[in-house]
Write a protein that binds this ligand. Structure first.
Ligand code: ADP
Ligand code: MG
Length: 710
C-alpha cells in the first residue's frame, strides 16, 4: 500500500483528507516498475509527477497496425503486421552493415535489419525456428522486402503488448513512445472503479460511459475519429474536469463570502464628488456603470469579490480610485496593488492630483522604499495613510493597516485564486476585493478562471482616442519600416520597438534587443533607449523616464513594456517577429500607443512564411482593435497550450477539457455545480460524497476543505 506520506507537499499545504480509494492515483510515477529518476524527469515534463497525470495524458494520435496482408501482396511503405517464421540470423561483418534476420510467411521472405545490434538480445527475441508477430514499416531494399527496426516483435502466445491500434502520446526529447506507453499502461492498471459522480439521467442522455471505462477507452482509440475532443468518451472526461473546476470555484466563492461576513462601507459620496469635479474629463457611461456596481457591493454587508475587466486604456484606474474613496469616506483604508514598481509609481503620480483635490493621504510602498519604509508602516498602522499604493510588498507579513476596507489589485496576471484566498486572511477583518485585468477574457474562460467572482466589464474606450492604424509586413521590408520611423521621428514622434520573444531564454531575447538597438542607433543616428527583463528596477525606471521625457525617441524593449506603462507621446509601435506572439500579447503591445491625441500606428513585422494560425492572428490584428473580439478569436485559434504567453496570463489549464470546443460543456457544468450546491450544500448525500472524490481527483483539495466533514 502506498501512503500519502510519500507525496511531496502541495504548493498551498494543508492536511489533505484525500480518500484512500484515490491513493493509487496519487502515487508518484517513480513507483512504477521501470521508471527510474531519468525517465521520471522526462515523464514529469510531458505529464506530471503522479499516476493520475499519466492517466489523463491522452493520446494525440494513433498508429494503425490493423493492416495484416500476406507479404507477397503487401503494399510498400505501410505499417504492416505479419505472422512469420524466423529462418536465420546474419550478423553484420562491419559496423556500417546491419545485423539481419531472415523471416518468412508462406508467400515471401522478409529481411529484418538492425543497426548497432546486440546479437544476444536479438537471439532471445527472434530464436531461429520460432514463430513471431512482427509489426513495422515495410520497405524494399534492392530485390528484398525489408523492415528496419520493427516496432514490435512478439510471440503469438504473448501478443498482449501488441495493439492493432497503438496510441501515440506527446513526447519530449529523450523519451520514447515505447517507454511512455508502457508507463501509461502501468498507470492505467491502477484505475479502480470510483463511485459515479455524474447525474445518472444527464449521463445517460449524453450516451456517456462510466468514468473508468471512458478513461480506458480514451487510451484505446480505434481510428482518428476517436481522437477528436468531441467523442462521447473525451466529452465525458472533459465534463468531469470542468465540473470539478466549477464546483471548486463555487465552494471558494461561498467560503469567501461566508467565512467573514463582510461589512458595509457606506460612503457619503463627499470625497467622490470632489474627485469627479477635479477630473479633466467626464466619466463614460461604462465607467459610471462599473462604479455603480462596485459601490453597491461595497455598501452591502457581504464581502465584495469583483473582477473589473477592461481593455488597455479603457480607464480602469479612475474607477478603482473612486471605489477606494468610497472606503475612505466610510473611514476605512484602501490598498491599491500594482504588478510592478513602475506601475505603482505611475498610479501614485496620476492619482496625486486627485488626492490633493480631496485632501486624502496617499502612501507608496514597494520593495524599494527602504529609507521611508518604517515611517510609512507606522503611519499606515496609525491610520494616517488613507490609500496605500504599492506592489506585492503591500501584503507581506509586517504590513499592518489600521483598518483595511478595500483592496484593489491591478493587472491580475500573476494573481490566481489561491492568492485571492490568502488575501482574506489579511487584517482579521473582512476586506472587499476588486481585481482589475486588462486582459479581455472570453466569457467561457472568465468562468473557469474567475468563476468565484462577480464581473464588471468596461467596454469601449474613453472618447477622443484615435484608432490605431495597423499594418503587417514581412521583415524583408525592414528598410521601409526604418525610413518610416526616420520621417515620423523627425516630426517629433516617439516609438516603441519590441524585439522577438524567445521562449524560456531571456538571454537570447536580450541579445536580439541589444543588437537591434545598436543597429537603429547606427542607421538613424538617434538616441535609443533599451529596457529588458534582466535590468534592475531602478535602471529600468530611469530608462523609461528618459523615454517619457523625450530624451530618447525610440525605446527598444523585450516584452517588459507589456504591462500598463503610460507614455501618451509614444505613437508608433513596432513589433518584430510578430508571428511569435499570441493575439492577446499583440493586443496588449498595441495598446501602449494610441493613448494620447496623436495619430498612432502599429507595425507588425513578421518573418515568413507564415503558418495558417499566425496568418489568422495577424489578420485579426488588422481587422479589429476590440479586445473582447480579439480574445474570442484567440481562443478559437489556439491550439492547446501552443500560444506563447498563456501560461503567465493566469489562465486555468485543463488536462482534457479544451474550451475552444467544450464551451457548451462548461456552461452545463456551471449549471450542474450550482444545482448540486443548492440541493446538497455540504456534499453529504451519496452523490455528494462521490463529488468530493471528483474534487480530490482533480486536485481541488482546498475546495473540499470548505465543506463540513462528511
Ligand atoms: P487602463 O484601463 O488601461 O488602466 P487608464 O485607467 O490608465 O486605463 O486610463 C487611460 C487613460 O485614459 C488615462 O490617461 C486616463 O486619465 C484617461 N481616461 C480615463 N477615463 C477617461 C474618460 N472618461 N475620458 C477621457 N479620458 C479618460
Ligand atoms: Mg491600468
Amino acid at each position: 500500500m502506498r501512503s500519502v506520506e510519500n507525496n511531496r507537499p502541495r504548493p498551498y499545504s494543508f492536511e489533505s483528507m484525500r480518500p484512500s480509494i484515490l491513493f493509487p492515483f496519487f502515487a508518484e510515477i517513480r513507483t512504477l516498475a521501470g521508471v527510474g529518476p531519468k525517465v521520471e524527469r522526462l515523464i514529469q515534463r510531458v505529464a506530471g509527477p503522479r499516476l493520475v497525470d499519466l492517466m489523463f495524458d491522452l493520446p494525440t494520435g494513433l498508429i494503425d497496425r490493423s493492416y495484416r496482408p500476406k507479404l507477397a501482396e503487401a503494399e510498400l511503405g505501410r505499417i504492416v503486421t505479419v505472422n512469420v517464421n524466423v529462418l536465420s540470423h546474419k550478423p553484420s561483418r562491419d559496423r556500417r552493415q546491419p545485423y539481419r534476420v531472415i523471416v518468412s510467411d508462406d508467400t515471401s521472405l522478409l529481411e529484418l535489419a538492425f543497426f548497432h545490434a546486440h546479437a544476444d538480445y536479438l537471439k532471445r527475441q527472434l530464436p531461429e525456428g520460432s514463430r513471431r508477430i512482427i509489426s513495422g514499416k515495410l520497405e524494399r531494399f534492392r530485390d528484398t522486402l525489408q523492415m528496419t527496426h520493427p516496432d514490435h516483435i512478439v510471440a503469438p502466445e504473448d501478443d498482449s503488448g501488441l495493439t492493432l491500434h497503438e496510441p501515440i502520446y506527446a513526447l519530449t526529447e529523450g523519451l520514447t513512445l515505447k517507454v511512455l506507453s508502457k508507463a501509461i499502461r502501468a498507470a492505467l492498471d491502477n484505475v479502480v472503479l470510483l463511485p459515479e459522480w455524474d447525474d445518472p439521467a444527464f449521463f445517460a442522455k449524453q450516451g456517456w460511459h462510466a468514468w473508468h471505462e471512458a478513461l480506458l477507452e480514451a487510451h484505446a482509440p480505434q481510428s482518428d475519429a476517436d481522437l477528436s475532443p468531441e467523442t462521447p468518451v473525451r466529452k465525458r472526461l472533459a465534463y468531469d474536469e470542468l465540473l470539478a473546476n466549477q464546483l471548486a470555484l463555487l465552494l471558494i466563492r461561498r467560503q469567501m463570502r461566508q467565512a467573514k461576513k463582510g461589512r458595509a462601507l457606506p460612503g457619503d459620496g463627499s470625497l467622490k464628488a470632489r474627485a469627479i469635479a477635479a477630473l479633466p474629463f467626464a466619466l463614460t457611461a461604462p465607467q459610471l456603470q462599473a462604479i455603480a456596481e462596485i459601490e453597491a457591493d461595497i455598501a452591502a454587508p457581504t464581502r465584495m469579490l469583483r473582477l473589473l475587466q477592461g481593455d488597455v486604456g479603457s480607464g480602469k484606474t479612475i474607477v478603482a480610485f473612486l471605489a477606494l474613496l468610497n472606503a475612505v469616506e466610510a473611514s476605512a483604508q484602501g490598498a491599491f496593488m500594482a504588478p510592478t514598481e513602475i506601475l505603482a509609481r505611475q498610479h501614485m503620480a496620476s492619482l496625486e492630483p486627485y488626492a490633493k483635490a480631496t485632501d486624502i493621504r496617499l502612501g507608496l510602498l514597494t520593495g524599494r522604499e527602504r529609507a521611508t519604509r518604517e515611517t510609512t508602516l507606522a503611519a499606515l498602522a496609525a491610520g494616517e495613510i488613507d490609500i496605500l499604493i504599492g506592489t506585492h510588498a503591500l501584503f507581506t507579513e509586517d504590513v499592518e493597516f489600521a483598518d483595511l476596507g478595500l483592496a484593489v489589485i491591478d493587472e491580475q496576471h500573476k494573481f490566481g485564486v489561491h492568492q485571492r484566498m490568502l488575501l482574506q486572511g489579511k487584517g482579521g477583518r473582512p476586506v472587499d476585493v476588486l481585481v482589475m485585468t486588462a486582459t479581455p477574457i472570453p466569457r467561457t474562460l472568465a468562468l473557469t478562471a474567475y468563476g468565484d467572482m462577480d464581473v464588471s466589464r468596461l467596454m469601449g474606450r474613453p472618447p477622443g482616442r484615435q484608432p490605431i492604424a495597423t499594418r503587417t509586413l514581412s521583415d524583408e521590408r525592414l528598410d521601409e519600416v526604418i525610413e518610416h520611423l526616420r520621417k515620423a521621428i523627425a516630426t517629433g514622434a516617439r516609438a516603441y520597438w519590441v524585439c522577438p520573444l524567445v521562449e524560456e531564454s531571456e538571454f537570447v531575447d536580450l541579445a536580439a534587443a541589444e543588437e537591434r538597438a545598436a543597429m537603429l542607433k547606427r542607421v538613424l543616428g538617434l538616441k535609443i533607449g533599451l529596457v529588458h527583463g534582466k535590468m534592475k528596477g531602478t535602471e529600468r525606471d530611469a530608462e523609461m523616464a528618459r523615454f517619457k521625457a523625450g530624451e530618447t525617441s525610440i525605446l527598444v524593449a523585450t516584452t517588459v513594456i507589456e504591462v500598463g506603462v503610460d507614455v501618451p507621446e509614444a505613437t508608433i509601435m513596432v513589433v518584430e517577429h510578430a508571428e511569435r506572439f499570441g493575439l492577446a500579447q499583440l493586443h496588449q503591445l498595441r495598446g501602449r500607443v494610441g493613448r494620447g491625441s496623436g495619430k498612432s500606428s502599429c507595425l507588425l513585422i513578421y518573418h515568413g512564411p507564415l503558418g495558417e494560425t499566425a496568418k489568422a492572428r495577424l489578420n485579426t490584428m488588422r481587422e479589429t482593435d476590440d479586445g473582447f473580439v480579439i480574445a474570442e478569436k484567440d481562443l478559437e485559434l489556439r491550439g492547446a497550450g501552443e500560444l506563447l504567453g498563456t501560461r503567465q496570463s493566469g489562465m486555468v489549464e485543463f488536462r482534457v477539457a479544451d474550451l475552444a470546443v467544450h464551451g457548451d460543456l462548461l456552461a452545463a457544468a456551471r449549471d450542474d455545480a450550482q444545482l448540486i450546491l443548492t440541493r446538497d450544500p455540504e456534499l453529504q448525500s451519496e452523490r455528494g460524497q462521490a463529488l468530493r472524490t471528483l474534487l480530490y481527483l482533480f486536485g481541488r483539495d482546498e475546495a473540499v476543505r470548505y465543506l463540513k466533514a462528511g
